[in-house]
Ligand binder design. Sequence first.
Ligand SMILES: Nc1nc2c(ncn2[C@@H]2O[C@H](COP(=O)(O)OP(=O)(O)OP(=O)(O)O)[C@@H](O)[C@H]2O)c(=O)[nH]1
Ligand SMILES: [Mg+2]
Length: 243
Amino acid sequence: MISLIFPLYNERDNIAHYHQDLFPIVDGIGEATGETFEYVFVDDGSIDDTLQQITEIANYRNDCIVLVHEKNRGMGNAVKTGLIASKGELIITMDADLTFRPVDIAKLIERYRETEADCISGSPYLEKGLMEEVTPFRLLMSRSVNFLYRVLLGTGITCVSPIFRLYKRSVLTEMDITSKNFEINAEIISKLIINGKKVVEVPVPLLKRKHGNSKINVRKEVKNYIILLYKIFRTKYLHRDWV
Ligand SMILES: Nc1nc2c(ncn2[C@@H]2O[C@H](COP(=O)(O)OP(=O)(O)OP(=O)(O)O)[C@@H](O)[C@H]2O)c(=O)[nH]1
Ligand SMILES: [Mg+2]
């Protein structure tokens, strides 16, 4: 079974479209590949009716788990909560706004079957034209962050920041993940690379958010990414513990 983990924070407008944009697509992938899926939704103290909406869905589908943080604890913490409760031997992490397309879950699975890698990571950097919907400012920020990580990690991996990935469950459960926010994805992939795990990228488009509002706080995220770069430097080059 594959667990699909979705961190949710004030995503009512996206959840309203899951009956057409998410569930039928994943059902189709299940039929085509023979895989079974469980959805693990983690409501992170949303102040809109995300929790009610997702609970309603979970009440009529038998493949959804809903987990709740009473207060907002950040995207990284939500992914960790989802991981603990999930049961799949493979884990896929996804954005609730479906800016990485559910249809591309099939690509992650296909590549995993070919390579048996520890992590298959979706990257919109691998081919031209996969980020046409991304605004120039976000593109500049993303390119800069990813360039710095690549240099520091000494890796050919093109994209360290996105959430859209498939992992072997074991590589996540044996890792002590410390990030609370968006930088969790960069932390995980950095540790996999530093520890010599097999990471394979597949090209996937990154779309623009169609419903609801962005939650990213650019200043906070930039600060978190800089701290993470320092931690990578300390771990990789000074052989110190990751703290
Ligand atoms: N659990 C949790 N999830 C969050 C939080 N903030 C954002 N998210 C989720 O993390 C994912 C990414 O957040 P987004 O707001 O889409 O951030 P982004 O993709 O960088 O930016 P846009 O797509 O432009 O909005 C979405 O699934 C959000 O619901 C949070 O504080 N807690
Ligand atoms: Mg988004």
